[in-house]
Design a protein around this ligand. Structure first.
Ligand SMILES: [Cu+2]
Length: 215
């Protein structure tokens, strides 16, 4: 589960909500789990956990569903990718799974660097230079939220959310979220709200659809 709530990231998420332009479409595809903000438009499987979390001050909550029982959660297929393209990090918010590699790319014709640190701190995860066409892989050991910057182009920024569960996403502008194909078992649902607020609720998932409202 996520351990750190981050106002800066939540503000970034809010920006994303207010500007759903084309630049965010690759972000949604690259993210682990349902597309951020897709909400009701996400196909809902018969065995899904659907629900709603509070949206406070227009800030969309980050929602994570983590096992509290013995069930083994599925391993995501594919590698989450954070690209640098047109002097922009794509996606703006990337979900990664702890213990699995994430890939960093430079698709621009100029040199970038990537400096990643625990959000709101100077605790580094890594800092590398990435030339044109470069690829770098990093595995996040610890759950949390990370700031991503390029020191060469100070306008570039992104956030990485590392979680120990594949069921993590940003709710849509109304707070709706969907986790498809969740194996039956005991879970804890956590919603990270604005200003560092956090809500937890135990959820028992059965064979059918599970609905949960957290408030
Ligand atoms: Cu750069």
């Amino acid at each position: 589960m996520l351990t750190i709530a981050c106002v800066a990231c939540l503000q970034a998420c809010s920006r994303e909500a207010k500007s759903p332009d084309a630049a965010h479409a690759p972000a949604a595809r690259a993210a682990v789990g349902p597309a951020p903000g897709a909400g009701d438009s996400v196909p809902v499987s018969p065995r899904a956990v659907v629900g709603r979390a509070p949206v406070i001050g227009g800030v969309r909550p980050i929602v994570a569903l983590d096992a509290r029982g013995e069930q083994i959660l599925p391993t995501p297929s594919g590698v989450p990718i954070l690209d640098q393209y047109l002097l922009t990090f794509v996606p703006e918010v990337l979900f990664v799974r702890t213990g699995q590699s994430a890939e960093f790319r430079n698709s621009d014709g100029v040199l970038h660097n990537i400096r990643v640190r625990v959000t709101g701190s100077n605790v580094p995860a890594f800092n590398i230079a990435l030339p044109t066409g470069g690829i770098y892989r990093h595995m996040f050991d610890r759950t949390g939220i990370y700031d991503v910057l390029c020191d060469i182009h100070t306008g570039m920024s992104a956030a990485i959310i590392a979680s120990s569960t594949p069921y993590a996403m940003i709710a849509d502008a109304k707070g709706n979220f969907v986790f498809n194909d969740v194996p039956p078992g005991k879970y804890t649902l956590t919603a990270y709200l604005s200003a560092g607020r956090r809500l937890d609720r135990d959820v028992d998932v059965g064979e059918g659809r599970t609905e949960v409202t957290i408030e």
